[in-house]
Design a protein around this ligand. Structure first.
Ligand code: 9MR
Length: 418
């Protein structure tokens, strides 16, 4: 996968190539070259009888057009190999998204096959695609306990871990500096079950560097790319179950500690991996408002709705999944500091949920968690997501700047975590 050159010379060469190819792609208008037709949905045993036509969901009727009209960004996680190899996928992503995030291509394991070498080819492919389709890019992620390369455990020690993390962030965030909407700087650092008073997960980074690793990562990210919005991203903080209330509280305390130390953090990512029938409630809204009072944005970063608790009937599953999208997004998008929504994939064809051995449907049927189905027909979830975008009434002006500076002030809620 890597080309055997040193990371320094590799960095210089690929940066030139990357910038050249981004400019060339933008100049030739790759978007215009992408096929517009879908080729027609193939009959699948489990698909709906009358699928909506593409013209009902494209151009001015697309998610991205509706989002733009409400001062919002909408998008999904993408796989560069599919962007390259599946024309229907590339067309759907181009049509529907104003922001992309690589599902895996910017993780440590993807970029760092050895301790000395970086391979940016797949990550660059995502950035080039996005820039050539007038889309923003989120980076995911700079520091996580998961998706670490095989060499990590035997190479990274207490003596060199801070240096490894800092250099990684300098190299990766530095490469894309000025081009990123935001970075998930630290991912999933909170785990109540780890049993620590500070709520931090028992992870390699904690073990090797100590709790200061988060501050180190955010400061390095700000230095490497001063214009990206720096995000703490986590899951399991959406519902009002006791487990999720506790975790949300620990995330809030973590953000408060970082802010109190002047650590640069701009946003919290609420991943939003939901189950059909989940009914997030007042606790999450309160959390979002409290973050707003602190000057932070909230991004919905990884939304999907699994249907594994529902019977086989496709209409029944689609209806329940769509209702969960509608209720959740309508609630969240009423908050002015929530202006960015990404789903974890765009089509059921490639959802990570169907690769899960431990949590797939008991009947073995593929899940239908996303706005487009296996054959790229829009699902009821698409229309629920679009309606929720249209329901946004926050004073955002059509065509307004989704990055307009936050104005704290009105309606300060008392912290539920004090
Ligand atoms: O969807 C991703 C899957 O393809 C990877 O194998 C996995 C490990 O890298 O990560 C999945 O994405 C996760 C994301 O990076 C962080 N939040 C949870 C996502 C789903 O597990």
């Amino acid at each position: 996968m890597h080309d055997g050159t040193s990371s320094r010379s590799r960095g210089r060469n690929t940066r030139r190539e990357f910038l050249k190819s981004a400019a060339a792609v933008a100049a030739t208008g790759l978007s215009a070259a992408l096929p517009l037709g879908c080729g027609g949905p193939k009959a699948k045993p489990n698909s709906r009888a009358t699928a909506p036509t593409l013209s009902q969901v494209n151009g001015p009727r697309s998610l991205r057009a509706h989002a733009a009209a409400h001062g919002m960004l909408v998008g999904c996680a993408v796989n560069p190999d599919r962007l390259d190899g599946d024309a229907d996928y590339a067309r759907t992503v181009a049509d529907q998204c104003s922001i992309l995030v690589p599902e895996n291509a910017m993780k440590w394991a993807a970029l760092r096959l050895t301790a000395q070498q970086f391979d940016f080819r797949k990550a660059d492919d995502v950035v080039v695609f996005a820039l050539s389709h007038d889309q923003k890019v989120r980076g995911h992620n700079l520091c996580w306990h998961n998706a670490l390369p095989g060499w990590f455990a035997s190479t990274v020690t207490r003596g060199n871990a801070a240096q490894f993390l800092t250099q990684h962030i300098q190299t990766v965030a530095g490469r894309y500096a000025g081009k990123m909407h935001s970075w998930d700087v630290v991912n999933e650092a909170v785990d109540v079950k780890s049993g620590r008073p500070d709520g931090l997960r028992d992870s390699p980074w904690l073990e090797l560097i100590g709790p200061g690793y988060l501050e180190l990562a955010f400061r390095a990210a700000r230095q490497a790319d001063p214009s990206a919005l720096l995000t703490y991203n986590d899951y399991g903080i959406e519902l009002d179950t006791q487990e999720q209330i506790d975790k949300r509280g620990q995330v809030m305390m973590l953000v408060r500690r970082l802010k109190a130390r002047g650590v640069p953090i701009d946003a919290v990512g609420v991943q939003s991996h939901l189950t059909a029938g989940d009914a997030p409630g007042a606790g999450l809204v309160h959390f979002v408002r409290e973050l707003r009072e602190m000057g932070l944005q909230v991004f919905i970063t990884e939304m999907d709705v699994n249907d594994r608790k529902l019977p086989d009937s496709v209409p029944e599953r689609d209806t329940a999944v769509a209702k969960t999208y509608r209720d959740y997004l309508t609630m969240m998008l009423a908050e002015p500091n929530v202006n960015t929504v990404l789903t974890w994939g765009i089509t059921d064809r490639y959802t990570w949920l169907n690769g899960l051995a431990h949590a797939s449907r008991p009947d073995g049927k593929p899940e239908r968690p996303l706005p487009f189905d296996y054959d790229y027909s829009p699902t009821p979830a698409f229309f629920a997501e679009r309606d929720a975008i249209d329901s946004r009434r926050t004073g955002a002006q059509p065509g307004g700047d989704p990055y307009a500076p936050f104005k704290p002030g009105q309606g300060s809620p008392r912290s539920q975590y004090e």
